[in-house]
Design a protein around this ligand. Sequence first.
Ligand SMILES: [Zn+2]
Length: 361
Amino acid sequence: MRFPVPIEGKLVKREEACRICGSTTAEQVGLVDYWDIKTSRLVKCPECRHIQLDPMLSDTETSKGCLAYYIEESLRTGHEELAKNCVRNFRRGVLFGNSLKRKSILPQNILELGPGSGYFAAGLQFVFPQSLVTVMDVNPEVLLSNREHHQFKTIQGIPDNLMAEYQGQFDLVIARDIIEHVTNISAVLININRYLKPGGYLHFITPNGHEDVWKHYLTAVFEGKPSQLLINHVNYFDGRGLRELLAAKGFKPLDYYTFTFKTTLKGSGWRKSRRLMSPVSHESGPGHFSSGYFINEKAGEVSTIKFSKQEILHEWYITEKARWVTALYSRFQHGTIFRIRPEFNLGHEVYGLFKKIQSIT
Ligand SMILES: [Zn+2]
């Protein structure tokens, strides 16, 4: 038996061609219900090895599921936890900035796609105070919050659509937990290439697709029934396939590794979770994971947090002291010591820092 155990399924005809390589055949590796909104399946492309939804979600289906997920997640995450996440992201931004400095990479013009609270970019700007940060998001509330609390420049848009006026503007594009969500990954990578100046950098993190798919795979193989896709991932990347895809879009790896093995070691990354396996419900009420229940009945309970820097970040974080303490911390941080090649498809998260070596016209 090969290890890790490969995810393989029976050959089927795809409903939609592979969005990466255009192949029309695939191996079916999972049956999934996207909330109660759409029933689809996960297919693995024999050519490029990536796993995608087939058929894909429409824009309306995506936004409905995203909204339901946002509400459900907000209700699961307390106020204090939200604040902690901001601090954590700020620290990650500082660590990332320090790692760039060690490579003598000093970005001036930075674009972040899908910035969330904006604290990762704020941490990065802490390391590079002269840098200009622009953020792109589809949600006007996210943009407003980023403008108000971090004074970032904002662009309303989705990464799939090229905003021609920003071509060749940036030294660094950041896409953390973004590329697994986009319908047309090839278009997104081409657009990122175009936004970058020659020799610019792309930083991303994305889940290890194999670990993400495993639960659905088990349910499909052993029980022959669909599992729930309660998150909005439509791409499940293969370590080798992702490297080859980036190479085809003009990028060369500087850092490419998998980190965070907690779920893998404990086995929870591969186990079926009860939440995921609970049957899809079209009813509206407590205990039912129906999109309508969250959107219509629970939305009012979502508490928002004031993303104000001074309130959330402990003074410690925004003083000079933070520089050397976080630099020291980065040496011992879980995940930066233990790294493996994404090609093994083990672990939870894939980290990438790539350099643009070729312009896509
Ligand atoms: Zn393909």
